[in-house]
Design a protein around this ligand. Structure first.
Ligand code: NDP
Length: 306
């Protein structure tokens, strides 16, 4: 079995070494335009030229969970596209989102400002029941996040396409359920894949339906959020703040208003990083199962876009 590795913006050598060690029966090599044809590919942000030169791939294993960028390319039609599922990402995502929600709920930004002024002053405790958190997307990451928030006893709501039953989470689904989901949510967390159906979903109309004083946590993709609609609702006071980890343009341009907005926290797409060792182990496991003709988790439905 031959595996071509094409990971732009990451060091390729450790991926090749790791995959070769995990799959000693395979020939693992870095892709170059003159490389031989492979049976499988392990990729992150490959150029179109990669797929043009590899028309017979059986499997394409993405080293991330989101496949929106990959689906903009022309992949060989017969190739099965497989994403990472979890591989150490869901616990990072749960940490990140719980931190953002608790920081807002417990007003830690305010206490930080007080500290700078040497001010000792309590704020009135808020009630969890006033802070229902709504998680859009109840997949691998969304479910873990929703359950971590529920463990802190926030009322947690979740929204997905198909009906779901997640312990401790009030579940909504589909178009119909979306309006009810939004209307009872004060803190909105986005963990949807980016597809034609979900692009711009956090727009003025939908964000206006959140309970007043709402807070937005976007850890999915920048194009889920309409930047100017968020800014308008922050300035009108309908929204109290936002923690944003992903942006339409990354790195976030130096002159973007999010950088300096007092109610917006910016992080550089770091909420859940790909962990190389866990990812290599998962890809190796899936590759072997795939070769044996067994079903594997994380196969992308190209029509649905995730
Ligand atoms: P999954 O594919 O496991 O879950 C996606 C969820 O979104 C599913 O519950 C699905 O519903 C739901 N969904 C999709 N389309 C719709 C729709 N139109 N309406 C309602 N619900 C919908 O993905 P993951 O949880 O693994 O990852 C989610 C996203 O997180 C990734 O696509 C990626 O963009 C982002 N991400 C961000 C990272 C970061 O560092 N910021 C790191 C990793 C991922 P159903 O279950 O019914 O199909």
């Amino acid at each position: 079995m031959r595996i071509a590795v094409c990971c732009t913006d990451q060091k390729v050598a450790p991926w090749i070494e790791g995959l070769a060690a995990a799959l000693p029966e395979a020939e693992v090599f870095e892709w170059r335009p003159d490389a031989p044809e492979a049976d499988h590919a392990v990729v992150w942000a490959p150029p179109q030229a990669f797929f043009d030169a590899q028309p017979r791939l059986k499997g394409v294993f993405n080293t991330g969970a989101g496949v929106d960028a990959l689906l903009k390319l022309q992949l060989p039609p017969q190739a099965t596209l497989v994403r990472l599922d979890d591989a150490g990402m869901s616990v990072q995502m749960a940490e990140f989102v719980c931190h953002a929600v608790i920081r807002h709920f417990r007003e830690f930004d305010g206490y930080e400002r007080d500290e700078e002024q040497g001010k000792w002053g309590f704020r009135k405790p808020r009630l969890r029941s006033d802070y229902p958190v709504g998680v859009m997307g109840l997949g691998v990451l969304g479910q873990r996040v929703a359950q971590a928030l529920a463990a802190f006893e926030f009322p947690v709501r979740g929204w997905s396409r198909a009906t779901k039953d997640v312990p401790g989470v009030q579940c909504f689904h589909g178009e119909q359920g979306f309006q009810d989901f939004l209307a009872g949510t004060r803190v909105l967390v986005c963990l949807l894949p980016l597809t034609d159906d979900t692009r711009d979903i956090m727009n003025r109309a939908n964000l206006s339906r959140l309970l007043p004083g709402g807070y937005v946590v976007n850890v999915a993709r920048g194009a889920h959020l309409v930047d100017e609609d968020l800014l308008a609702l922050l300035d009108s006071g309908h929204l109290a703040g936002a923690a944003l980890d992903v942006f339409r343009t990354e790195p976030l341009p130096a002159d973007h208003p999010f950088w300096r907005h007092p109610k917006v926290t910016v992080t550089p797409h770091t909420s859940a990083r790909t962990l190389r060792d866990e990812s290599i182990a998962q890809i190796a496991r899936k590759l072997r199962a795939f070769e044996r003709g067994e079903p594997i988790a994380g196969v992308v439905d190209r029509k649905k876009g995730y």
